[in-house]
Design a protein around this ligand. Structure first.
Ligand code: GLN
Ligand code: ZN
Length: 756
């Protein structure tokens, strides 16, 4: 009989209990005990779900109050040195995760970065040559002891040693791999203790095996795993997020008791894996999509599993493809959504159910005749054939768009002349990225409107007055290209999702982004159409209030795609072209209503890059072309801007150039020098605004620092191509911070104009 297990469960809680408990504790409104009670209850609930669904192993150690990599750093006694190790445990964790800036005794927060190509952020382990590790297993052991009370067999999840170090960052330029011999004994020590606690299995997550690993790291796997003393535990090597390719045989050569493969993102590796499996190892197959929210096609999964079940029997395990951290908890509580989309959804709990069904169907052929199985098959069919999913015109338009390489009519420098005739901007024009402070009043107004507490008229009047204030302030500050401030947008993706056909918003589809932060990604379920214009009225209104140009503001196709749950029934590129088509129409309408500068934000272009280099070019081709499709319907005299929140863009510079926006504004908060270095090596041909004001900090930037970035940029960029702007939207800042900062920025631009 086959087993089923999961790699990890969401830890924020079905009602986001952990979020509320964390934030209340941080505010000082509740005690640590209350927080820990909530956390313990979430863990118990998660285990109970697994038990109720008949999981064969209970997964433990996947929980984290803040982040699982931070937990690992604590476990190995490897928190950054600035975190005082004599503090109580939870203070250490939160200090390392969140930092402490207000009091004079500032402790910087740890660096966060995206977990592979997901939208989850982990805390990057900080490594240096002198690092020593020591085991601090008490938090984990407490969880194990609590889980043991269930009487179930336990599997403890840990980041594997190579993944832990690879995902770290060296703070002193030393080689992280040198730390491996110091780290490995801690795993052995921990295994010994887990074994004494009655644990059966350890799941070592080594998702780095799905990356293009440098040779030295690949070669480190074998000796490392041979050095681990397992103390009678069985070890499952868990991989996910892609086909292991050249690392597949490596994975199976390791002295472990089982290997988990992600068959959703790497279906092609199964036959090779079977050749490599050998007579003893367990093969855990991730057949249920752990990252997306669609019900599984159980018949298709069964077709893969069934031939293997006889052959492998207990050595065949089945599971979601990766940890369920990346999906919301429970789809059964969703109300009726647009086009009945809720019927097609499976969140974490439903995925447990699917795994259980599959396992049961392997053991008992009758299961496929059960009402539950047949219901699922009918829903899969329903979704496939739904007219809400299939809109022929949208399909056709996207296909046609994909067949052409799009572009503007004339080269940038000629366009610039025509644009200047319209815009008449000074040298070093000043602008912002789009959003202005989202005050409590704006949030309340939007919420009241949603709840029906204010009428559409009152809502419209409220927004209009906010936009008017935003325009007035920008004029007073003396900015050259204005924005309407985005007060009507809760979120730069959701705002568009709510207005487009083929995209649904869930009621409770929250997933953890980092710490207590959660996001509720829209669900792209069908072919996309735009019943009405989405931004034109507010842009036109804003433009009516001023002589200066007001930028129209849109979110680009790749960003909408990347920050949503996407269709699994067509390639991403097809969805991107559909989004580009509706955005292209919006761009044309903006232009027709007198908007002469239009910005299409693509902050996710860089982060949607595939994990494997071999796939980069194909991705960039459609990503760039979908952007060009979106913006190439306008006259040469209309100026197209784009914005990206990413400074390390050297690896995709050719793609950014190929986007051929008239102006790109970029984030520099993490490293202005990095961006300038890139520009020094590879001159950028079109207009560019390296962010001079780091909006991520509440401090008003010093004029010297802004001037420094500008003057250094002037040495690398033609004056007529250089823009002056903050490095991202201002929505998280307060007006008191923003006004003086922008005044200073405008003054710096004026000073620099005199020296060019
Ligand atoms: N226009 C958006 C804003 O200003 C861009 C946000 C972003 O880059 N993430 O908020
Ligand atoms: Zn940004």
């Amino acid at each position: 009989m086959s087993y089923f297990h999961i790699l990890g469960f969401p830890r924020i809680g079905a009602q986001r209990q952990l979020k509320w408990a964390l934030e209340s504790y941080w505010r000082g409104d509740s005690s640590l005990d209350e927080l820990l009670d909530t956390a313990a209850q979430v863990r118990v609930d998660n285990w109970q779900q697994q038990i109720d669904h008949g999981a064969d192993l209970l997964t433990v150690g996947d929980f984290a109050l803040y982040d699982h990599m931070l937990n690992a750093s604590y476990l190995f006694g490897h928190l950054p040195q600035r975190v005082d190790s004599s503090l109580p445990v939870y203070d250490q964790l939160f200090l390392a995760g969140r930092g402490r800036s207000q009091c004079g005794c500032g402790v910087a927060a740890g660096e966060m970065t995206k977990w592979f190509d997901t939208n989850y952020h982990y805390l990057v382990p900080e490594c240096s040559a002198a690092d020593e590790f020591h085991l601090q297993p008490e938090l984990l052991l407490e969880e194990v002891r609590a889980a043991r009370k269930t009487g179930k067999r336990l599997k403890v999840v840990l980041p594997g040693p190579l993944t832990y170090l690879y995902l770290g960052r060296s703070v002193d330029g030393s080689d992280r791999l040198d730390l491996l011999p110091r780290l490995l004994p801690l795993y052995s020590e921990l295994f010994e203790q887990l074994s004494q606690e009655g644990v059966d299995w350890v799941q070592l997550d080594e998702p780095v095996l799905a990356l293009d690993l440098p040779e030295a790291w690949r070669f480190a796997f074998e000796p490392a795993y041979f050095a681990l003393r397992k103390s009678g535990l069985s070890v499952l090597l868990a991989t996910y997020f892609g086909d292991l390719n050249e690392n597949l045989s490596l994975a199976f050569s390791l002295p472990v008791d089982g290997v988990h493969l992600d068959l959703v993102s790497g279906a092609g590796q199964l036959s090779r894996a079977l050749d490599l499996l050998g007579p003893y190892k367990v093969l855990s197959l991730g057949v249920v999509d752990g990252r997306n929210i669609w019900r599984s096609d159980l018949d298709a999964c069964l077709a893969v599993l069934k031939p293997l079940a006889q052959q492998l029997d207990q050595r065949l395990w089945l599971a979601p493809s990766c940890s369920l951290l990346h999906v919301p908890v429970d789809a059964s509580t969703e109300p009726v959504l647009t086009d009945g989309v809720q019927q097609w959804l499976a969140f974490a709990i439903q995925k447990l159910d699917e795994c259980a069904l599959l396992r049961n169907a392997l053991a008992d052929g009758e299961v496929v005749a059960s009402a539950r199985w047949r219901e699922q098959a009918a829903l899969i069919q329903h979704r496939r054939q739904s007219t809400a999913v299939n809109r022929q015109q949208a399909k056709q338009r996207a296909t046609e768009a994909a067949a052409v390489t799009w572009g503007r009519n004339t080269p940038y420098r000629e366009r610039l002349k025509l644009q200047q005739e319209v815009l008449r901007l000074p040298l070093l024009p000043t602008t912002t990225i789009g959003s202005f402070p989202q005050t409590q009043e704006i949030r309340t107004l939007r919420r009241d409107y949603r709840n029906g507490r204010v009428t559409p008229e009152e809502y419209g009047a409220g927004l209009a007055s906010e936009i008017a204030r935003c325009i007035r302030v920008q004029e007073q500050i003396g900015l050259d290209v204005l924005v309407h401030g985005e007060a009507e947008r809760n979120d730069m993706v959701e705002y568009f999702g709510e207005q487009l056909q083929g995209i649904a918003s869930t009621a409770n589809g929250w997933v953890q982004s980092y710490g207590s932060r959660c996001v509720k990604p829209p669900v792209i379920y069908g072919d996309i159409e735009r019943p009405n214009s989405m931004t034109v009225a507010w842009s036109r209104y804003a433009q009516s209030l001023t002589e200066r140009p007001v930028k129209g503001m849109l979110t680009g196709p790749v960003t909408i795609l990347k920050w949503s749950f996407v269709r699994d029934d067509q390639p991403w590129s097809a969805t991107a072209y559909q989004l580009a088509a509706v955005l292209r129409d919006e761009v044309s309408e903006l232009e027709a209503s007198g908007i002469s500068v239009i910005q299409v934000d693509e902050p996710a272009l860089r982060e949607a890059l595939p994990l494997r280099r071999a796939e980069h070019q194909a991705y960039l081709n459609w990503a760039v072309n979908s952007f060009r499709y979106c913006v190439s319907g306008v006259a040469d005299s209309t100026q197209i801007h784009t914005h990206m929140c990413y400074a390390d863009f050297d690896d995709i510079l050719p793609a950014i150039e190929a986007m051929d926006a008239d102006v790109i504004t970029l984030e520099t908060a993490r490293s202005a020098s990095g961006l300038l270095k890139t520009l020094a090596q590879t001159p950028y041909a079109n207009g560019i605004g390296p962010g001079v004001y780091d909006i991520h900090s509440p401090n008003v930037p010093s004029a010297e620092a802004m001037e420094d970035i500008l003057l250094r940029s002037l040495a690398l960029v033609r004056a007529e191509d250089l823009w002056v702007n903050p490095d991202c939207g201002l929505k998280t800042r307060r007006w008191e911070e923003v006004v003086p900062a922008l005044e200073a920025m405008v003054a710096v631009a004026a000073r620099c104009r005199e020296v060019v």
